[in-house]
Ligand binder design. Sequence first.
Ligand SMILES: [Zn+2]
Length: 69
Amino acid sequence: MLKFDIQRFAVPFRRTSKTKKRMRRTHLKKEVGAITTCAKCGAAIRPHRACTKCGNYKNQEVIKTTEEK
Ligand SMILES: [Zn+2]
């Protein structure tokens, strides 16, 4: 009677090994976002966004940058 009361939920048959645990967690990682280079200054930027260094997007200045080189 007591035996049935204890196991009311699923219990793992055996401990998950280090290797199995690590194999499962190979997919649990943060994705690296896409990176391209600015056409004007060559800085690393995210695609479809204005350059944070020179403020250019598709060879047009869309953001006024106060910093002069
Ligand atoms: Zn740029």
